[in-house]
Design a protein around this ligand. Structure first.
Ligand SMILES: CC(C)(COP(=O)(O)OP(=O)(O)OC[C@H]1O[C@@H](n2cnc3c(N)ncnc32)[C@H](O)[C@@H]1OP(=O)(O)O)[C@@H](O)C(=O)NCCC(=O)NCCSC(=O)CCC(=O)O
Length: 371
């Protein structure tokens, strides 16, 4: 399997992915014209020289090199919330207290906001069920951090991910059902389609701006605040191991959590290193054997894969790879290559609990309002 930038010939495969991933997956909607524009935008972004990040969108695909089939997608928006505002609900606590009456009560509220302005956003992580296999999901998730380590000037100091929230197999969201009843009478699928196509004006016009008291919501809506879709738990688990944390901002439509991490603290960004390529047979002193993600040093011609065939000489900063692998990654002798080890010890230790909302898949579900 090989990761590469999306190409116009991927349009049909992308459409299939957009269809099978369902309505909560807003960054890829089944609309051929919109997908074609996305592919063109990505092509222009990979080929553009960048000093300061702007509206670049990097969309990568994972290809099965034996069949040419598209296995999955993974993406990065260099700067989100700049051209169009990025809306969230801020989940917070309010204390109502009457000294005179001796009464106090604590409430949880959701308040609409534009907290994230101009952050890099990772998105579009999807591995087709037919292609689920060891390390494919990890390659899709981590390759973006390897790309960021290679080209930090293309990204902002903070990276966020808006995780898909809970919806059922018919695409109904318990959180949206409540909002729909009280504020915007549209199907969840229609709303996500509007947002996916960039039509967000209705948010200012129709969505509540003042605080929503969560105890007034029905149980089903309240229970999914800050929770991810079951299929998204692996995606969240991988990001938590990278150091991403939830700070209380949830999606306006399905209440899925947004997580964030400073770019320089992302475990894979810290672990990625450049080497000089040697092809052919490794020398005995070269270190061998560990699975790594290996990428060439290009943008437009970016290629990456996972392999345990690299032999690394850390002292000389060189790596020897078999000729066939060098050809697949379009590498020539002495080229720069980047390696990211897959070993679990690169995972960061969790940050202090006081700074983040609790969000283990089970833990948050059991206590959805714990700050
Ligand atoms: C996310 C991926 C690509 C992940 O691929 P796989 O499922 O094959 O991953 P995997 O290798 O089996 O698991 C990856 C890691 O997650 C852990 N893991 C697996 N299942 C888990 C669960 N139920 N709860 C908690 N952790 C779990 C595994 O132990 C493993 O970590 P260890 O190896 O350390 O044990 C896939 O699940 C997928 O396509 N999901 C549906 C689409 C989706 O919801 N995408 C995210 C949308 S949200 C989005 O796109 C923004 C976020 C983003 O872009 O990253």
């Amino acid at each position: 399997m090989i990761i590469r930038p999306v190409a116009p010939s991927d349009l049909e495969g992308l459409y299939q992915i957009a269809e099978e991933s369902g309505p909560g997956f807003t960054s890829l909607m089944p609309d051929r014209d919109a997908l074609a524009r996305k592919v063109e935008h990505a092509r222009a972004s990979f080929s553009r020289p960048v000093g300061l990040p702007s509206d670049e969108h990097y969309l990568f695909v994972l290809e099965d090199t034996e069949t040419g089939a598209l296995m999955g997608t993974t993406g990065i928006d260099a700067v989100a919330g700049q051209v169009r505002p990025l809306y969230h609900f801020r989940h917070s606590r309010q204390l109502h207290h009457s000294h005179f009456l001796g009464l106090r009560r604590q409430f949880h509220t959701l308040t609409r906001c534009n907290h994230y302005r101009g952050c890099t956003e990772i998105c579009s992580l999807y591995l087709r069920p037919a292609f689920r296999r060891a390390n494919a999901g990890k390659l899709l998730s981590k390759v973006r951090f390897l790309f960021m380590a290679q080209y930090p000037e293309r990204f902002t100091p903070t990276v966020i991910a808006e995780m898909r929230g809970v919806s059922d197999h018919l695409g109904r969201s318990p959180f949206w059902n409540w909002l729909r009843r009280h504020f915007v009478d549209l199907e969840f699928a229609s709303v996500t389609q509007l947002v996916g196509a960039g039509h967000t004006e209705f948010i200012e016009e129709l969505m509540p701006a003042g605080p929503l008291y969560t105890h007034l919501m029905d149980d089903a809506a309240r229970a999914v605040i800050g929770q991810v879709h079951p299929d998204t738990r692996p995606a969240l688990a991988m990001l938590e191991k990278e150091g991403f944390r939830h700070r209380g901002f949830v999606d306006l439509f399905d209440a899925g959590p947004t997580v964030e991490c400073p770019l320089k603290d992302i475990a894979s960004v810290r672990a990625a290193r450049p080497y000089q390529l040697m092809t052919g047979t490794a020398r005995p002193e070269h270190r061998s054997g560990q699975p790594v993600i290996i990428a060439n040093g290009r943008t437009e011609g970016f290629r990456a894969t996972i392999t345990d065939q690299c032999r690394v000489c850390p002292e000389e900063h060189t790596v020897t790879v078999p000729d066939a692998l060098a050809r697949r990654l379009d590498l020539s002798e002495q080229a720069e290559v980047w390696l990211l080890p897959l070993t679990p010890d690169q995972a960061r230790r969790p940050q202090p609990a006081t700074q983040s909302h609790s969000l283990s898949a089970e833990g948050y579900g059991a206590r959805p309002y714990a700050l």
